[in-house]
Design a protein around this ligand. Structure first.
Ligand code: NAD
Ligand code: GLY
Length: 351
């Protein structure tokens, strides 16, 4: 089992990664007042394990999927917490993918101004990224993650056992955030390139997840609340990714991040942020998970959503985090019309 410490200012956080992490979570909550939040898919697959590991916990099961990451589900979780008479020293355990982690994390932050929180991420994406670092949120009025809080979990338990039931599509989504990290972090980049033929090997995915978590831990320690700007690097590919996610919504977050990185590599190249060779290298990494970029005909609507991005600081400008060179990134604000021109490139996908 690997232990990764985040010395964050608000509250230190410890990530435990390895086989047996789920049992370790059970031991951590033994004898405590615990409330497990999960989704309908995870509950169907792990109902018996949840009962075995958390025998005394109340379990709140909400519908699965991004379209339920909203205020209605958030308030349903809060209602059940209140009905269960949770106290401030009770534990909320978010057991699921990034949607559950973000929503249960926000519920924990809001309830009595903060209950104790642990994360038990069950998707590759959630282990690699969303369960670590304390960002919690729901989507509201068509804006992604617009209602949220920074709220560090005191422990994160990453158990590779959950990968066994992940459909290939969810592995691909997780690879979206892995590839983002590989662009930002040379250690993860080297690991990914050395093992690019082993992306179906669950043990290798676990190694990649640990590498991504180590990188994210350093970034979050240095800039917990995204005030100095360093943490913004984790949004590489996300401006376009989030805009397409809100515009289309048929695919998953990680898939849109891959498409966002693909398009933004062209922006980086044409705006002189990186060399054509480096942009092509980024696209070759994207192709490991997403070789076919689909067509998005509606650039106007894409721009409308990109203009709502939380990173934008000036009206009429779209803020992007772009690949610059190995392990380096650059921030760039583009006038809306110029960005719309790049979005038009997606009209034919890469077919
Ligand atoms: P998700 O939570 O919707 O999970 C994807 C699907 O996999 C769901 O249908 C779920 O029921 C199912 N599932 C979960 N675990 C499973 C398992 N072990 N076996 C089989 N099926 C399983 O989505 P996600 O991709 O995990 O997370 C995406 C969300 O994370 C987005 O809302 C995104 O905004 C958020 N996110 C947050 C951060 C952050 O820093 N807080 C970072 C990245 C992404
Ligand atoms: N996933 C982006 C962040 O944690 O900052």
């Amino acid at each position: 089992m690997q232990t990764i410490e985040l010395h964050t200012q608000s509250r230190p956080s410890t990530v435990l990664c390895g086989a047996g992490a789920l049992d370790a979570a059970g031991e951590y909550l033994a004898g405590k007042d615990a409330f497990v939040v999960t989704d309908s898919n995870v509950y169907r697959l792990y109902k018996e394990r949840i009962a075995e590991v958390f025998p005394a916990a109340r379990v709140c099961v909400v519908p699965a999927g991004e379209r339920h990451k909203n205020k209605n589900t958030l308030f349903r979780i809060l209602d059940e917490m209140l009905d269960a008479r949770l106290r401030r020293n009770s534990f909320v355990a978010a057991l699921g993918g990034g949607v559950i982690g973000d929503m249960a994390g926000l519920a924990a932050a809001l309830y009595m101004r903060g209950t104790r929180l642990i994360q038990i991420p069950t998707t590759l994406l959630a282990q690699v990224d969303s369960s670590v670092g304390g960002k919690t949120a729901v989507d509201y009025r068509g804006v992604k993650n617009v209602l949220g809080a920074f709220y560090q979990p005191e422990r994160v338990f990453c158990d590779p056992l959950f990968f066994r039931t992940l459909p290939p599509r969810e592995i691909r989504c997780g690879l979206g955030e892995v590839i983002k990290t590989a662009v930002l972090d040379p250690a993860t980049g080297d690991l990914l390139e050395a093992g690019k033929d082993r992306l179906r090997d669950l043990g290798f995915l676990h190694e990649l997840a640990c590498s991504c978590i180590r990188f994210k831990a350093k970034v979050v320690e240095a800039d917990e609340r995204e005030t100095t700007g360093l943490r913004k690097c984790l949004n590489l590919g996300h401006t376009t990714g989030h805009a397409l996610e809100l515009l289309c919504g048929r695919r998953s977050h990680g898939e849109y991040v891959l498409i966002g990185m693909w398009l933004e590599s062209f922006i980086a190249e044409e705006e002189g942020v990186c060399t054509p060779a480096y942009a092509a290298h980024v696209r070759s990494l994207v192709a490991l998970a997403e070789p076919r970029i689909p067509a998005f005909p509606n650039a106007e609507e894409g721009l409308r959503f990109a203009l709502l991005d939380k990173k934008n600081t000036e009206s009429g400008q779209v803020s992007l985090v772009l690949p610059k060179a190995r392990g380096e990134y650059a921030e760039l604000s583009l006038p809306a019309e110029r960005y719309r021109g790049y979005l038009c490139r997606l009209q034919g996908g890469n077919a």
